[in-house]
Design a protein around this ligand. Structure first.
Ligand code: ZN
Length: 138
């Protein structure tokens, strides 16, 4: 048994469209297909969290490892690693906003973690010695 999606008139299984209004028919007993739109929105909030997490690594790792690990010749470049974290955090904010409607909790978490990452990356650029220090006046 099938029903019209528009007027609700019942039809046998072999019918495909409604005779009255030409709307498609559905089987009320069939299992519902998975909601694909929801999956995309959900992953937006998740992607936001992942990107925000990676942008935290961009200040954390150079702060711990320092110029002994990150250097080009004699020039320490640990200070430049947090610069990668800034655009990542901004993209994380974009994904958090996109994922807000369906996964508000995850999206807010992603947003807060991304904003903290921006603050920490900026702080790390100021804190670490390196080629940018003459430009930022320290
Ligand atoms: Zn109909």
């Amino acid at each position: 048994m099938k029903k019209c999606t528009y007027c609700g008139k019942e039809y046998p299984d072999e019918a495909t469209v409604c005779e009255r209004d030409a709307e498609p028919l559905y089987d009320p007993n069939a299992p519902k297909p998975p909601a694909k739109a929801g999956v995309t929105k959900k992953s937006s909030a998740s992607v936001s969290l992942i990107l925000a997490g990676i942008s935290h690594l961009c200040w954390l790792i150079p702060m711990i490892a320092g110029n002994q690990v990150f250097h080009v010749g004699n020039q320490g470049v640990a200070e430049l690693i947090p610069l990668i974290g800034l655009p990542l955090a901004i993209v994380a904010i974009v994904f958090a906003v996109r994922g807000f409607k369906t996964k508000a909790g995850l999206a807010v978490a992603g947003l807060i973690i991304a904003i903290l990452a921006i603050m920490m990356c900026v702080a790390a650029i100021f804190a670490l010695p390196g080629p940018l220090q003459p430009m930022i006046g320290m």
